[in-house]
Write a protein that binds this ligand. Structure first.
Ligand code: ATP
Ligand code: MG
Length: 387
């Protein structure tokens, strides 16, 4: 019998909301293991415990558990009777399975104080048994193997250490947002950060097909698919943007093109978000990174959005964002060549300090509402699922 023992990261909004946090985590856990039949789940102090069926191999179980936002760390544990001889026997078995470790320590926690030995006494007794039986060296500071023992009311749960969890808050607990996913490096990192803060996301991508190839669409789909692992189900909305761009190019002033594209994007994204029940937009903007991301331009763009815009990367350097993209595993997809819709028909010196009155005057020449409604009407919806 094997259990996933997950330990909570920060508890959302603390206190009386703890049950919501735990319920959300339970439901997300069921989702991420949806292709297996999990046993019942229970909370035990700062832990969530669930029996794993035998068909899941360790690697898969660990990989899936590491996707769960809301866990600080977790173990794949086996329970034995609350008997020190049983505990020693299992500790020796764990050490035997980790032959390549050249040192170890035991780390016991006794949440059930009715157990006769305290945690230090357990550490010592079990440590001595492993040392005698296998001859493995004890290293309290820097052990290659940690044998964890958790004394709970129904047994001693034992594992080879703790694996790092994804941190953050369970997806869904803080609400539902719409991420603007470009196919570039930044936006998937931004989406991931907001999911980590508990936001369930839909994705929207604007493409200029048939003016350019379908490469950006395919990249956005691949990125959305990757991000879906953190929330089990996603909706990707693909918006055809070429007609709107043609209009802007025909009727708008050249230096304002990018600002106008962006204002249309956030209008359409907000309309789609509202329809889906999402309450905020998420972008990968970072202050000063490119011409459209000056404070003035971001302000003018945001003015067109009917929902708050969240920019989790606003204070990050590009190299920090790239590091995160590599860690997340989206970097290689993001750097595949494509042609972003916003680079089409863009002048060499776009406006960097847009003025809202000028932008509004330029939009006076456009059928803004009709153009937005038309794009929303023609949206293409792709549903994704993990596992
Ligand atoms: P990214 O690396 O995410 O593409 P970027 O550095 O290229 O960002 P911009 O092109 O100014 O910066 O885009 C800023 C943000 O606007 C993006 O992070 C994304 O959230 C959104 N965005 C840009 N283009 C698109 C698009 N074609 N579809 C959806 N969202 C987009
Ligand atoms: Mg981009």
């Amino acid at each position: 019998m094997r259990y996933l023992v997950g330990r909570y990261h920060e508890i959302a909004l603390k206190g009386r909301n703890k049950w919501r946090f735990v319920d959300q985590l339970k439901s997300n856990l069921r989702d991420v293991f949806a292709d297996f039949k999990l046993g019942p789940m229970r909370g035990e102090g700062p832990r969530l415990i669930v029996e794993l069926p035998d068909e899941i191999d360790e690697e898969v179980a660990a990989e899936r558990a590491a996707l769960l936002f809301g866990l600080q760390n977790f173990s794949l544990s086996r329970p034995v009777a609350r008997d020190i001889e049983e505990i020693k026997r299992e500790a020796v078995a764990i050490a035997r399975r980790h032959r390549n470790a050249d040192s170890f320590r035991v780390r016991a926690t006794r949440s059930d104080k009715r157990f006769a030995l305290n945690s230090m006494e357990i550490d010592q007794a079990v440590g001595a048994a492993v040392k005698d039986e296998i001859g493995l060296k004890v290293d309290l500071e820097n052990p290659a193997l940690v044998i964890t023992v958790e004394i709970l009311p129904d047994g001693a749960y034992m594992a080879a250490g703790k694996l790092p969890g994804a941190g953050g808050l369970p997806v869904g607990i803080t609400g539902h947002g719409m991420a603007l996913l470009s196919g570039g490096i930044d936006s998937p990192v931004a989406a991931h950060r907001m999911m980590r803060r508990g936001l369930r996301l839909d994705f929207v991508h604007f493409h200029s097909h048939p003016l350019v190839s379908t490469a950006s669409r395919e990249k956005a789909a691949e990125l959305a698919e990757h991000l879906t692992r953190y929330q089990a189900r996603s909706t990707l909305m693909l918006v055809a943007f070429a007609d709107i761009q043609r209009e802007i190019v025909a009727r708008g002033p050249r230096p304002l093109r990018v600002i106008l594209y962006r204002r249309f994007m956030v209008r359409i994204a907000a309309a789609l978000a509202r329809r889906a029940g999402a309450r905020a937009l998420v972008t990968g903007e970072s202050l000063g990174q490119v011409a459209s991301q000056t404070l003035e331009n971001m302000t003018v763009i945001e003015e067109a959005a009917a929902l708050p815009m969240l920019r989790p990367l606003v204070g990050m350097d590009k190299n920090e964002i790239v590091d995160q993209a590599r860690q997340l595993g989206t970097f290689e997809t993001s750097i595949q060549p494509d042609q972003d819709c916003c680079s089409l028909f863009v002048p060499p010196h776009p406006e960097t300090h847009a003025n809202l009155d000028e932008v509004r005057a330029a939009e006076g020449a456009l059928e803004v509402e009709t153009m937005v409604a038309e794009a929303v009407r023609k949206v293409e919806i792709v549903r994704m699922k993990f596992p």
